[in-house]
Design a protein around this ligand. Structure first.
Ligand SMILES: Cc1cc2nc3c(=O)[nH]c(=O)nc-3n(C[C@H](O)[C@H](O)[C@H](O)COP(=O)(O)OP(=O)(O)OC[C@H]3O[C@@H](n4cnc5c(N)ncnc54)[C@H](O)[C@@H]3O)c2cc1C
Length: 376
C-alpha cells in the first residue's frame, strides 16, 4: 500500500502564518468552513461539510434490497417449451452489478436465434438485460408492475460498490467467481458511460472506521488512488480514514436514460402485475427474463430471498460537497453527494418488509453525521 507524504494540519497553519486567525475562528460552527489546514489526497479543492440538520431534511425514503445470503441468481431454467433466464437477488449492489449480471444472463441465450423475448421487471436489471438483448438482435417487451422510478432501483444510493450482496460464509466459490466476473464487466461498462447523459461520474470516497481497514478486499483492484490517511491528515473524528476513487451512478438519470435508449431501439412496455409463475409462462414469447428482484420470492418460490430494508434521508443538493463518505458511526452510515440531493444513509434490516420510514432512524442518521462533520 503506497502512502502519500502529506503536510499535517499543524504544518500547514504554521507555513501559512495563520495560527492566530485559525484560533479566532476555532469556535465558529459554520458548516461551510472548508476544512482549512487539511490537504485532500486527490482533489485540489478544500473539504466542505454538508449542512446536516433535521431542519434541512427534505425527504425520507425506504427501499428493500433483494438479498440472498448465497448470492444473486443468474441461470436459465427450462419449463416445457419456455426458457426462463433468472437475473435477480442482487442485494445492496444491483446498480453496480447491473451491466455485468445482465451480460451473464444474456449469455444464457447463446445458440438461440434471436426473436421475441419478454423481460419481466423494469428495474435496473430488467432495463440493462433488455438493452443488451436489443444489442444482440432480440425484439424485447418489458412486462412490469412498476416503471423504474417506482422500483427499488430508484431508491438506491448509487455508489459503485457491489457490497452487501451475499454472505461470504454462505456463498460458494462458484458464486464468488460469478460476482467477480459480473463486477468487472459492469465496472468496465460504467467507465464508458461517464458524464451527465447517464449520470455517471468519478468521485472521491472516504471510508471511515474505528479499526484498521483490511487489505485484499473483494473488489480492491477496481478502486484507484487508494491512500490511508494519518490521524492528523484529515478532519474526521475516527482513527482510520481510507481514501479511494469510485464512480457515482445517479439512479434517476441512469434509469431514465436506459428507458429512452430502450424505447428508441423499438422496445415496448406492458404494465402488468403477475400473480404467479404460470401467468408468466403463459406469455407468447418463448424466452423470458426474470428480473423481478424481490418479486421472485413469490413468483418463483425462492425461499432464500429476503428484503433488507434501507432508509435514506435527503438534504438539498450542495455542489460544494464533492466527495462521499462511508462509515464513521454505529451502523450503515454513508453520505453521498449527488446532483439531486445530499443523501444520508442508512439502515440494513433483514427480513423487514415494512414500508414506513422510522423517525428514530432519521434522527440517528442525522445526529451521527453531524458528529462526523463536526471537526470541519
Ligand atoms: C437504501 C438502498 C440503497 C442502495 N444503494 C445501492 C448502491 O449505492 N449501489 C448499488 O449498486 N446498489 C444499491 N442498492 C441496491 C439496488 O437498489 C438493488 O440491488 C437493485 O435495485 C435491484 O434491481 P432489480 O432490477 O433486480 O430490482 P427492482 O428495482 O426491485 O425491480 C424489480 C422489477 O420487477 C417488477 N416486479 C416485481 N414483481 C412483479 C410482479 N409480480 N409482476 C410484474 N412485475 C413485477 C417490479 O415492478 C420492478 O419493475 C440499494 C438499495 C437500497 C434499498
Amino acid at each position: 500500500m503506497s502512502k502519500r507524504k502529506q503536510l499535517s494540519r499543524r504544518d500547514l497553519i504554521k507555513a501559512a502564518g495563520i495560527g492566530a486567525l485559525a484560533t479566532t475562528f476555532a469556535g465558529c460552527q459554520s458548516v461551510a468552513n472548508p476544512g482549512v489546514g487539511y490537504r485532500r489526497p486527490y482533489s485540489r479543492k478544500p473539504w466542505v461539510a454538508p449542512r446536516v440538520s433535521m431542519d434541512n431534511v427534505i425527504r425520507e425514503i425506504v427501499g428493500h434490497r433483494p438479498y440472498r445470503p448465497s448470492g444473486f441468481v443468474v441461470k436459465g431454467e427450462q419449463f416445457d417449451d419456455k426458457l426462463v433466464v433468472h437475473n435477480y437477488g442482487h442485494g445492496g449492489g444491483g446498480i453496480s452489478l447491473s451491466w455485468g449480471s445482465s451480460a451473464l444472463a444474456v449469455r444464457e441465450t447463446l445458440g438461440i436465434t434471436p426473436g421475441k423475448v419478454a423481460v419481466i421487471g423494469g428495474g435496473v436489471m430488467g432495463l440493462t438485460s433488455a438493452r443488451l438483448l436489443q444489442d444482440a438482435g432480440w425484439e424485447v417487451t418489458i412486462y412490469t408492475r412498476d416503471m423504474a422510478r417506482h422500483t427499488t432501483s430508484s431508491v438506491a444510493g448509487g455508489e459503485w460498490g457491489p457490497y452487501s450482496v451475499h454472505d461470504p460464509a454462505v456463498s460458494t466459490p462458484e458464486f464468488k467467481s460469478q460476482i467477480q466476473f459480473a463486477a468487472r464487466i459492469a465496472h468496465h461498462a460504467f467507465t464508458t458511460l461517464g458524464g451527465p447523459d447517464y449520470g455517471v461520474h468519478w468521485t472521491e470516497l472516504y471510508n471511515l472506521s474505528e479499526t484498521p481497514p483490511e487489505d485484499g478486499g473483494e473488489f480492491e483492484h477496481l478502486y484507484p488512488f487508494r491512500v490511508d490517511l494519518q490521524p492528523d491528515e484529515h478532519p474526521f473524528p475516527v482513527p482510520y480514514v481510507r481514501h479511494e476513487l469510485t464512480m457515482m451512478v445517479e439512479p434517476a438519470t441512469f434509469l431514465r436514460r436506459l428507458i429512452e435508449d430502450f424505447q428508441q431501439s423499438g422496445g415496448k412496455f406492458v404494465i402488468r402485475n403477475f400473480a404467479n409463475k404460470e401467468e408468466i409462462l403463459a406469455l407468447p414469447e418463448p424466452v423470458m427474463f426474470n428480473c423481478t428482484g424481490l418479486g421472485a420470492a413469490t413468483l418463483f418460490d425462492d425461499t432464500e430471498l429476503t428484503p433488507a430494508k434501507g432508509q435514506l434521508v435527503y438534504l438539498p443538493p450542495d455542489p460544494d460537497v464533492d466527495y462521499l463518505t462511508i462509515g464513521g458511526g454505529n451502523s450503515n452510515l454513508y453520505m453521498f453527494s449527488r446532483t439531486d440531493a445530499v443523501l444520508l444513509g442508512g439502515t440494513f434490516k433483514l427480513g423487514d418488509y415494512s414500508r414506513n420510514t422510522e423517525p428514530e432512524e432519521t434522527e440517528r442518521i442525522v445526529t451521527e453525521h453531524q458528529r462526523i462533520f463536526s471537526g470541519f
